[in-house]
Design a protein around this ligand. Structure first.
Ligand SMILES: NC(=O)c1ccc[n+]([C@@H]2O[C@H](COP(=O)([O-])OP(=O)(O)OC[C@H]3O[C@@H](n4cnc5c(N)ncnc54)[C@H](O)[C@@H]3O)[C@@H](O)[C@H]2O)c1
Length: 449
């Protein structure tokens, strides 16, 4: 099948590449000229495990193309995916300008002689498919394409991939949601996804509004789980309990499940923060106060700075010129994405106190450099960050941070002090090594200065 993917970011590039992997002929479109230039010349623009191999193979085999031209991209395409940004607007709502602008332009380009399915893959509020449909129809009618209503359908097909394991999630999704009332569109989109659900994971067909809400409900529920555990961690610190024990204790209950119960320095990324905010805002617009989600957001904002009072207390409120090593800048491991990364909030707070930061992240340093430049220094490996450090802060749970060479760390650091926002290390081991160690929801290992 000939497919166009409009928007070639994290979702668009994974979507386009994975559909080309199952034999489709895919053209990815983006307005970013530099991005398309790189992709066209075989240079991948994001870090996502496993993606580069598929990207190179399918491009070589002529099934994966890139262009800046919407017209060229959608020409002859039976299916058009919209994988465009939906960032928060001033009120916290999802800003639909990118989705609707592209829809208008698609309307201007559509003809009545071939049927197309336009698929919203962006995370969009309930009612967006109707707006997309209207934008297409109105613009098509400006050039007298009067029968246009019958030549396209707009489908909601929210994306659930997780950055860091996006290829695996896309190739073997837990479920595929297809929201449409059109039998014709159902068949086209169902056929497209058939190779991805051969192991029996379901394609769930539903009405378009339910599909749109499903995505927000999923992300908001997961964010709620995280904020809930972060509050339990707060209690643990105050009550002398250990959050790891509590986590294991509740996680073995099948109704609760083991996943998403890890406390830390809050959720970040391009999805949870904006999607929770957008659901709260769209609830407000229909006069519904989504109380739980308001609390989820507040807890998360506070949790991002959970380590700051601990760090300040340790240094007796004097962080001026203290050298802080920083491990992890991405919002989570296995990605270079730093959107809403808690690390950035922690860094801002430490810089405000006069600290000097030496940061390391296996993939995200270029993006941080682009954002904050030389406000911090960057080093090429995790141990270089530790040279003469007064403390280490861990903000992302990259695997390579989990079992470091503690002796080497001890030798490099001026003060043997760790503030661990991801609970990577065993308390007994920290005690044995002789570190001062503070984490989230667990006992502090206190070493006198
Ligand atoms: N990143 C994720 O993990 C994830 C997961 C599920 C759903 N989503 C949703 O998918 C959507 C896209 O997210 P993303 O992370 O891929 O965003 P992104 O910012 O990485 O990519 C969006 C791309 O769209 C391009 N673009 C903007 N305007 C355009 C236009 N007029 N024509 C063509 N291209 C244009 C941008 O240049 C950019 O490359 C969002 O709604 C997001 O909420 C994201």
């Amino acid at each position: 099948m000939k497919i166009a993917v409009i928007g070639t970011g994290y979702v668009g590039l994974v979507t386009g590449t994975c559909f080309s992997e199952t034999g489709n002929n895919v053209t990815c479109v983006d307005i970013d000229k530099n991005k398309i230039k790189k992709l066209s010349s075989g240079e991948i623009t994001i870090y996502e495990p496993g993606l580069e191999k598929l990207f190179i193979r399918n491009q070589k085999e002529g099934r994966l193309h890139f262009t800046n031209s919407l017209e060229d991209g959608i020409k002859d395409a039976k299916v058009i995916f919209l994988a465009l940004p939906t960032p928060p607007d001033g009120d916290g709502n999802a800003d639909l300008q990118y989705v609707l602008d592209v829809s208008k332009n698609i309307g201007l380009l559509l003809t009545t002689d071939d049927y197309k399915v336009i698929i919203d893959k962006s995370t969009v509020p309930v009612g967006t498919a109707e707006k997309v449909s209207k934008a297409i129809t109105e613009n098509a009618k400006t050039k007298n394409t009067l029968d246009i209503d019958h030549t396209f359908d707009v489908v909601s097909n929210p994306e659930f991939l997780r950055e860091g394991v996006a290829v695996e999630d896309f190739m073997k999704p837990d479920r595929v949601i297809i929201g449409t009332s059109s039998e014709k569109a159902k068949k086209v989109v169902g056929d497209l996804y058939a190779p991805f659900v051969r192991q029996g994971n379901p394609i769930i067909y539903m009405d378009v509004r339910s599909a749109e809400l499903t995505k927000y409900a999923a992300n908001s529920f997961l964010a709620t789980k995280i904020s809930f555990m972060n509050e339990i961690a707060q209690l643990c610190e105050r009550m002398g309990a250990d959050v790891d024990m509590v986590r294991k204790g509740i996680g073995s209950d099948e109704r609760i499940g083991r996943r998403f119960l890890f406390p830390g320095v809050g959720y970040g990324g391009s999805c949870f923060p904006k999607d929770v905010k957008a659901l709260v805002q769209s609830s407000r617009e229909i006069n519904y106060d989504f109380k739980i989600l308001n609390a989820v957001m507040h807890v998360n904002e506070a949790q991002k700075l959970h380590l700051i009072p601990k760090i300040k207390a340790y240094f007796k409120n004097d962080l001026k010129d203290k050298k802080i090593a920083f491990w992890g800048l991405a919002f989570k491991p296995n990605t270079d994405d730093i959107r809403e990364a808690p690390a950035l909030d922690i860094i801002t707070a430490l810089l405000k106190e006069g600290a000097v930061i030496s940061g390391f992240d296996p993939e995200a340093m270029n993006n941080v450099k682009e954002l904050i430049g030389d406000k911090i220094s960057y080093v090429q490996n995790q141990y270089d960050a530790l040279t003469d450090a007064d403390a280490l802060v861990i903000a992302t749970e990259w695997s390579e941070f989990r079992t470091p060479d503690f002796n080497r760390m001890m030798d490099s650091m001026k003060n043997k002090v760790i503030f661990d926002g991801r609970n990577l290390f065993d308390l007994a081991q920290m005690e044995e090594c002789g570190f001062h160690y503070e984490s989230v929801g667990r006992k502090s290992i206190v070493k006198k200065k």
